[in-house]
Structure formats: C-alpha cells, structure tokens
Design a protein around this ligand. Structure first.
Ligand SMILES: [Zn+2]
Length: 130
C-alpha cells in the first residue's frame, strides 16, 4: 500500500479536526440550547465538561439525537485513529488515495469517487441485475 505523505496527512488531520470541532459545537448547542438550563442543572453539567462527560450525559438524557451524535463522534474517533495509523483516506475498494477535495466534503467516505459511482451502479433500468 502507498504511504501517505506527511503533507497530505497534515492536511487531512486539519480536515478531521475541523469536522470534529464542528460536531462538538453542534452537540453542545443541541444539549444546552435545545434542552437548556433545566437539563444542565438536572445533570449538573459544567460548562467545561470534557468530551467523554458530554457523551455520557447525552446517553443519560436518552434524547433521540444522542444516538446519532454518538455514532458520528465514534466514527470521527475511528477516522482519526486510522489517520494516525496512516490508513485513512484510502479507498476500501481499490486502495487508491481518495482525493482531499472529496474528504473535505465527505470526511467518512470509505471509497474513491469512481468506486462509489460503481457501487451505486448505473441508473437502474430494465435488465440490470446484480
Ligand atoms: Zn476506489
């Protein structure tokens, strides 16, 4: 497998960390603005609660959004882990590097554009079977 260049890794790290910050600010906004002060006092959440504490709190609230957010944050951690191991940003199908433009738009994209297109297949029509 190709080695990821240091420059690419640095740029992808930026992409993922920016996405992670965005995710967290959304989670915090949802947690504090949507359910508000009542919840914060109920669960005694400090303003500077750490990431893990916030996830636990999300679970405690049982909010529907919590599951989705938790999945996203888990996926993010996995992506960062793969990046650290130099496995992030490669197509799972063909092993090619996924373009940075694509990863900026879709940080969790598992495969490159051409494999994605192939996966989705041609517009379904008569006679198309898989
Ligand atoms: Zn591919």
């Amino acid at each position: 497998m190709e080695r990821m260049s240091g420059e690419r890794k640095a740029r992808l790290t930026e992409v993922l960390l920016a996405e992670k910050r965005r995710l967290w600010s959304e989670v915090r906004r949802e947690l504090f603005d949507t359910v508000g002060e009542e919840l914060r006092s109920q669960y005694d959440i400090p303003q500077d609660v750490g990431d893990r504490g916030l996830i636990d709190t999300l679970e405690d609230t049982g909010m529907a959004v919590a599951d989705i957010r938790r999945q996203e944050l888990t996926r993010m951690d996995e992506a960062l882990g793969r990046l650290e191991e130099g496995r992030y940003g490669f197509c799972v199908e063909c092993g090619a590097e996924i373009s940075e433009e694509r990863l900026r738009v879709a940080p969790y994209a598992p495969c490159c554009v051409s494999c994605q297109t192939r996966r989705e297949g041609p517009p379904s029509g008569p006679g198309v079977t898989l």
